[in-house]
Design a protein around this ligand. Structure first.
Ligand code: AMP
Length: 147
């Protein structure tokens, strides 16, 4: 069995993500693997189908979210010494983007937290669950304590 060579850490910057970050850093060091980071700014459309009301896509808000996320990602990447070519800041559905980045970059281990988000995401099924079911490589879901 080969060692992992490319580990992708999916980071949501929510409470408790440090536990997941430490696990990814530790495994990357043990396996001498490349460590990559992905963060996805969720573009979930907010729609009230019953009344046909869409909350308009707010370009200013989106740009601000991307900018804040970029700063957080750079801070984390600097701390973990992850080079620019191994950082991905995407917009869209977290589960889709995490799996896409993993497949396009020959990732052999994706690391996620067992949970991270609340509210709407829970109704739609968790990112961790979707990644576990659809990724073609190994997935480690780091157990986080329930709040
Ligand atoms: P969730 O299933 O949404 O509760 O989140 C579980 C884990 O999926 C988190 O601990 C992260 O590792 C990953 N994740 C969730 N949302 C995102 C996101 N927007 N960008 C990157 N990773 C995410």
């Amino acid at each position: 069995m080969n060692n992992y060579q490319h580990i992708l850490l999916a980071v949501d910057f929510f409470e408790q993500c440090d536990v997941v970050i430490h696990r990814a850093k530790d495994l990357a060091e043990r396996y001498q693997a490349t460590l990559s980071l992905v963060h996805v700014v969720d573009s979930l459309p907010i729609t009230d189908a019953g009344y046909g009301v869409d909350i308009p896509f707010n370009l200013d808000l989106t740009a601000e979210l991307m900018e804040n996320a970029k700063i957080r990602l750079i801070e984390l990447a600097t701390k973990l010494a992850v080079p620019e070519e191994c950082r991905w800041l995407e917009m869209g559905s977290p589960k889709v983007e995490i799996i896409r980045i993993a497949e396009e970059n020959n990732v052999d281990l994706i690391i996620v937290g067992s949970h991270g988000r609340h509210g709407l995401a829970l109704l739609l099924g968790s990112t961790a669950n979707a990644v576990l079911h659809h990724a073609q490589c190994d997935v480690l879901a780091v157990r986080l304590q329930d709040n």
